[in-house]
Ligand binder design. Structure first.
Ligand code: GUN
Ligand code: FE
Length: 428
């Protein structure tokens, strides 16, 4: 029981309450991990009979947040000083990821990573593992034991990286194949074929990724695209036949409705059209793009153009600087503001729940409070800190409260998280 909020569709304006389902005295009835009913308390009570009630009033009950792109092996390089993308990869990221050949280390960090996601209200993440099969096994084991709906993949990378961090076209193919067989569709686990990006995959490896995607059309594909100018130049040099960076992936059949591309900051109109035509998803990673000085993602240009793009939002930890989707959308708001646009609070909360679920093609299972979906839920407290409490005194509307949560909130605003209907133990 609580103030229950979910979204039916993308809000078209800041006052488009018809896009929301909001009950001031609402409830969600959960049975065996699934949502049976959500709505006003008395209607739900009639269905729920004498099921035990957890009273979360006056807090907000929403679908759990979805993070569309993060790197679990980068937990210990978050907040690494002083570099742009390519140096940051060479100086910090690649050395760190070599440690994940050690299964025990991978297991420990996977556990800490998922703890941290949940503590920040995120119930689903599309995660990159390291190149090592052991890292993906560790992630999936930990995710499965928590019954989380997560998407993950072993990174494929066979060049332009240290020796301890590369596979081969053949081993990358075989390891991915084995992981798909073992994990894709097991419980709530989903596999993403994960060529890291054009710079670290040879044409031969791209062909293998293409084969995997063709053989497993129900798996996601995830990669990086158009994040940084030096990266773009290098990718285009490595693939001189391609029209542009996006065309590298297109040539290997890697664009598509289940393909998620981190960053997509500097796309030309031709590239944006190619993304749009194939239904590919551009993943906006505001804290990362600001931290690494990569550039400003033009969210409203992509959404409002004649051929709009599917867009998701993500932390990109550890290029990103926070696990919280509230902090992420706060920075996203500012990135959009710097380009003379706004993202209204209803659209913002739609994006981090149903919007991301639709972009990731998992809205039948998560991101809404629709009957029959999995009960992944976050409970948010807009009075969590003295700053927030004082500001709340002057707030009248739901939109204002959401904007306050986004602008000032973080893990302290997360009161409870339910994963498949079970209250997660926060702060373990
Ligand atoms: N491009 C290729 N790999 C990475 C990564 O780990 N993080 C970011 N931000 N960009 C990348
Ligand atoms: Fe990334």
């Amino acid at each position: 029981r609580g103030r229950v909020l979910s979204f039916l569709r993308e809000p078209v304006a800041g006052d488009d309450l018809a896009a929301c389902r909001y009950e001031e005295d609402g409830a969600v009835f959960i049975k065996r991990g699934k949502i049976v009913a959500a709505g006003d308390f008395s209607t739900v009570s009639a269905v729920a009979g004498d099921a035990p009630v957890t009273d979360h009033r006056p807090h907000l009950v929403l679908p759990g947040f979805i993070d569309a792109h993060a790197h679990f092996p980068q937990m210990q390089i978050i907040a690494s000083y002083g570099a742009e993308l390519l140096d940051w990869l060479n100086d910090y990221t690649f050395p760190e990821e070599t440690k994940f050949s050690d299964a025990q280390h991978a297991r420990r960090i996977a556990r800490l990573f998922l703890d941290e996601m949940i503590r920040h209200g995120t119930t689903t993440v599309a995660a990159y593992c390291s190149v090592h099969m052991a890292s993906a096994e560790a992630f999936f084991e930990e995710s499965h034991s928590r019954d989380m709906l997560n998407i993950a993949g072993k990174v494929m990378m066979d060049r332009n990286a240290p020796a301890g961090l590369i596979d081969t076209p053949q081993s990358g193919y075989e390891d991915s194949k084995a992981l798909i067989a073992q994990w894709h569709g097991k419980g709530r686990q989903l596999y993403a074929i994960t060529p890291r990006f054009a710079i670290t995959s040879s044409p031969e490896q791209m062909e293998m990724a293409q084969a995997l995607a063709a053989e497993h059309p129900d798996c996601h594909v995830q990669s990086h695209l158009s994040e940084n100018h030096a990266e773009i130049r290098w990718a285009e040099q490595l693939y001189p036949q391609a029209k542009d960076y996006t065309d590298v992936y297109a040539r290997y059949g890697l664009l598509g409705r289940k393909s998620l591309f981190g960053h997509c900051i500097h796309l030309s109109d031709r590239e944006a059209d190619a993304m749009s035509e194939t239904g590919s998803v551009a993943v906006f990673c505001p804290t990362s793009n600001l931290f690494l000085g990569s550039g400003l993602f033009d969210y409203q240009r992509y959404r409002k153009r004649e051929r709009p793009l599917h867009v998701a939002v993500a932390t990109d930890v550890g290029g990103g600087t926070n696990y919280s989707m509230l902090r992420t959308l706060d920075e996203g708001y500012k990135v959009i503001a710097l380009q003379g646009e706004k993202l209204n609070p209803l659209a913002s909360f739609w994006q981090m729940t149903r919007g991301n679920a639709e972009a990731l093609s998992i809205a039948e299972r998560a991101g809404t409070l629709d009957a029959g979906t999995d009960a992944d839920i976050v409970v948010l407290d807009a009075w969590a800190t003295p700053t927030m409490r004082t500001r709340m005194e002057t707030i009248d509307t739901l939109s204002e409260e959401l904007f306050l949560l986004q602008t000032l909130g973080d893990d302290r605003a997360v009161r409870e998280v339910y994963i498949a209907g079970r209250a997660a133990k926060l702060g373990d």
